[in-house]
Design a protein around this ligand. Structure first.
Ligand code: EPZ
Length: 420
């Protein structure tokens, strides 16, 4: 096991390159099995979740490997429909194999993803969507077992109690591309990762229209072919560095990002008093004297992303005044609060809203990372805390942030990794 150690108090300055999007790359890698041909996928970040996805694809019988940031995948003609518990249980996102397996093999047995530290995370919308395409589904011995003779297009409403679902939309889209007839997904999720997935599928010969809106139309085709495709930049990694720049009173230029994917965050950072300048695929984020507290509510895209809620909370812990951060996607995604409070913040929870009273200073402490974005929030807090912060269970960070300590060190942070 490893931990990250930070000696806080340094302003971040300089330039940072944003990696490819984890949450785009995962469904895109799964979608590559919709054809037997080889596909080459570029700008794939080197992360633990990507390694897990490649392991699952190999377990299914595909040839897949990563060279630098390029993944070469050749699914071939002998795929197995079974995604086993031992791998699926380590990564919830493996549920996005259901759609491509059903599309390609008309059969899937994917281990049922369990609960998760950020909330219950049911998959009813995934199953409802696939059933509408004619798929027969049973849940047996911990597996989702799906089969269908022939997929047919359908009208599907995919809204759930917390709004749209990213991976349920992805699953239905990936199955529907090989269905007979037209599928219309209403109340579809509109996240940029779904636009990326639709573009990838279209580059394989699919006919998907409307991705990025709440109505996606898919005209089924008989067959898809291999492709070469470049994954979009990671808006959550970019957002994390934007917050880090403001929090440390720094001046950081982010390169290779798509600024408009972070409009909700940029709006809040400006409201808090930071200065942001965008120029093509770059964005400079500068601290300006005196930050103000801002209220934030997480919502599906284009609202403020739940995956940046914890990081924004770290910023508010040292912003004078009171801010209210409300979580509308995962009402229990607040594991970071108790750890931030161990570093001297003053946050208390009222239902699914965190009330943050800004303090003058945080103080470094040993803290425990609970999930990916909570870990990022603790790293950010460590960057401004007085003294040394030890962030344990760093494997959570390695799931979603490529070389985070190297990138932060290059910007001037005093940060390193140690064996426990
Ligand atoms: C994706 O998860 C992301 N994961 C998550 O990122 C992200 O937090 C989430 O979208 C929300 O933006 C990947 O893309 C791999 P949802 P997903 O289905 O698709 C409820 C990270 O840190 N729901 O859009 O699984 C659900 O409980 C991760 O990188 C149902 O009720 O999330 C939640 O309240 C964590 N029934 C809401 O919908 C369902 O069948 C949105 O979840 C499915 C979801």
């Amino acid at each position: 096991m490893e931990k990250i150690v930070i000696e806080g108090g340094r302003k971040l300055r300089g330039e940072v390159n944003i990696s490819g999007s984890k949450n785009s790359a995962l469904p895109i890698l799964a979608a590559a099995i919709l054809s037997s041909d080889e596909s080459i996928i570029e700008n794939v970040p080197q992360l633990r979740d990507i390694i897990t996805m490649l392991k699952i694809l190999k377990e299914l019988g595909a040839r897949a490997h990563q060279e630098g940031h390029t993944v070469i995948i050749k699914p071939g003609n002998n795929l197995s429909p079974v995604a086993p518990y031992k791998l699926v249980s380590t990564m919830r996102a493996s549920v996005c194999l259901l759609g491509p397996l059903v599309g390609r093999l008309k059969k899937a047995e994917v281990s049922m993803p369990g609960g998760c530290i950020i909330g219950a995370r049911p998959i009813d919308l995934h199953l409802k969507g696939l059933e509408a395409l004619g798929v027969h589904i049973v849940i047996e011995h911990g597996y989702v077992k799906a089969k269908v003779k022939k997929l047919h297009g359908a009208e599907i409403y995919l809204g759930g109690p917390f709004g749209s679902s990213v991976l349920a939309t992805a699953n239905v889209m990936m199955a529907a591309v090989l269905a007979e007839g037209v599928t219309r997904i209403e109340s579809a999720a509109s996240e940029p990762e779904l636009v990326d997935l639709a573009n990838f599928l279209n580059s394989m010969g699919a006919k998907v229209r409307g991705a990025g809106s709440h109505l996606i139309e898919i005209e089924g085709v008989q067959k898809l072919h291999g492709t070469r495709y470049k994954v979009i930049p990671d808006r959550i990694e970019a957002g994390t560095f934007m917050v880090a720049s403001v929090l440390t009173r720094g001046n950081v230029r982010l390169r290779n990002m798509i600024p408009e994917h972070n409009n909700a965050l940029m709006d809040k950072l400006r409201e808090a008093g930071a200065e942001l300048e965008t120029n093509g695929s770059a964005c400079r984020v500068m601290y300006r004297n005196g930050l103000k507290p801002v209220d934030v509510t997480t919502l599906p895209y284009p609202g403020f992303p739940t995956d940046l809620q914890a990081q924004m909370m770290s910023l508010m812990t040292v912003t004078p005044g009171i801010s209210v951060i409300t979580e509308k996607i995962y009402p229990d995604r607040f594991m970071h609060i108790s750890e931030l409070n161990r570093m001297g913040s003053r946050i208390h929870l009222e239902g699914s809203s965190a009330i943050v009273a800004g303090v003058k200073k945080l103080s470094g402490a040993p803290v425990m990372a609970s999930d990916l974005r909570a870990s990022a929030a603790l790293v950010l807090a460590g960057l401004v805390a007085e003294g040394r912060a030890d962030i344990h269970r760093v494997y959570h960070l390695d799931r979603g942030y490529e070389h985070i300590e190297d990138k932060l060190e290059a910007l001037g942070a005093k940060i390193w990794r140690e064996k426990e």
